[in-house]
Design a protein around this ligand. Structure first.
Ligand code: SF4
Length: 181
């Protein structure tokens, strides 16, 4: 397993830079600031760089997409290992639903109709979007399979998703957190 590029406490003391919504009108995943603590494997991968050149598109830092299923898009080289192992199709190739620059997915709604097989990427400038982060069963397979260590699976980070959304309720003991003032 590759060393993970996202630290477990990455989301503490940070604010999301935006979000991408799911077309179900209910779910969304946050986008977090660029991870300066890694070497950004996508910027040194020749196939990724060539794909951007083919698009006539500048390759810019993109940050981390998702919180409990966190994908560092600057380390994602579109290998697709996560797609091949995920039992619930958490991920989709974003460009196969909307072929736009990755920086422009901020604030957009995706229907979840993008392709989900390992080799169905549009090209190597495509990214693994955790569009169904909410369906993750925490099996850890994608984190272990990713060749660049770009994925961190941490259910406890739901706290940071919820705090940013304003829906966080602190759990106290084993009682119903909604039962007290
Ligand atoms: S941990 Fe398992 S279920 Fe969750 S996104 Fe990764 S492969 Fe899919």
């Amino acid at each position: 397993m590759a060393d993970l590029v996202i630290s477990e406490d990455y989301f503490a003391e940070k604010e999301p830079t935006g979000k991408t919504s799911h077309g179900d009108g209910e779910n969304f995943h946050w986008i977090w600031p660029v991870n300066t603590g890694n070497d950004g494997a996508a910027f040194s991968d020749d196939e990724v760089k060539a794909a951007y050149a083919d698009h006539g598109e500048e390759q810019v830092p993109l940050g981390i997409h998702g919180t409990t299923v966190a994908v560092d898009w600057d380390s994602c080289i579109a290998a697709g290992s996560c797609m091949s192992v995920c039992p619930v199709q958490t991920f989709q190739w974003y460009r196969t639903e909307q072929d736009i620059p990755a920086a422009d997915v901020v604030g957009k709604t995706f229907e979840g109709t993008g392709l989900t097989e390992q080799d169905e990427r549009l090209d190597k400038s495509d990214k693994s979007m955790p569009i169904r982060e909410h369906d993750c069963t925490v099996c850890m397979a994608c984190q272990e399979a990713c060749p660049t260590g770009a994925i961190l699976i941490e259910q406890a980070n739901a706290e940071f998703h919820e705090k940013a959304a304003g829906t966080y309720v602190k759990m106290e003991g084993s009682g119903n957190p909604h039962a007290h003032d």
